[in-house]
Design a protein around this ligand. Sequence first.
Ligand code: SF4
Length: 376
Amino acid sequence: MDPPSPSLEAGHRLLAWFFAHRRDLSWREESDPYRIWVSEVMLQQTRSRTAEPFYRRFLERFPDLPSLAAAEEQEVLKLWEGLGYYGRARSLLAAAREIGARHDGRFPSDPRAALALPGVGPYTAAAVLSIAFARPLPAVDGNVVRVVTRLTGDGGDPASSALRNRVREYVGRSFHNFHPGWVNQAWMELGALVCRPAPDCPSCPLAFACLALREGRAAELPARRARPPLPLRRGTMFLLLPRQRVEAGGLRAELSAAWTADPAGRGFGERLRARDLPLLLVRRPSRGLLGGLWELPNVEEAEEEAFLLASRIARLGPAGPEVRHAYSHFRACYRPLPGLLPGDKVLGRWPEQRWVPPGELAGYPRSRLTIKTLGF
Ligand code: SF4
């Protein structure tokens, strides 16, 4: 049996619906491949409305590809702070530099060249090239998978490459003679606005052709995957102050009292600001999770005592209440602990560490857990 194909009428209805109902987003009318690329990278793992202010700020600072290619990684990460999945920002920068060096500063229109760039996978390449260069490449994200599996009644595993290929072929057959960029965006928009996890079938322009609706299976598709719970990491985040400076100023008792009265409360931070006392930040390695971000020194629960001892840290008070954050691959639950670090001591496990005055902390791209722990 032939695989299902979207009819020309379905294409007309889909596009008519799209032009009547699409959201007014900052990148919607964009034709510059660089700007489309930035939006597509930000939209991976992030909702449109969340990404919009980041997109505008990013393009104010880096309005074109050469300006991004010349940027420092720290500045790019800082502008990305709060969007998460920082590997995207590092790959964007690496790819911009490569485009500058190998493609004359212009995003390549050839799919193979685009796919060879760092961080550019089939989805991003298809989205950018279809919108900017009218290349007939199907851009399939989670929204599109949901719509198409329902339309075709496909109960396969949505994470499997076999299902993704079926969806890609289906979308590829929906281009007819329409502009592929508009068709790709229309599929995504339908998934974002109408064929949502709880579908609004009465508003759907494709209801007339939907197998799942006809069979009463819309809520069951796409098939669910059983996900194991995320592992939990527990540990301690250290708010470390320079020991000599605190003791020379006779500030130890004052800081200790402020912390003990309200662990991790605002009083402690206010004291640091009033006395302009720097905190120690350490930088994560460039590669890997949260790579290149700055954070408070931290260790897992079982290592705490050994770390305190080896680093000659003097506690300033008891550990504060837990600070939690859910990352993509694990949940973190850390308790803040203030302490004094001898000025001559360097923490062995982090190659880059810096004493940062309170007024300058916000200038560093920092992990979410560190921002939550500090509260400033
Ligand atoms: Fe989705 Fe309902 Fe439209 Fe089918 S009819 S594509 S289930 S919104």
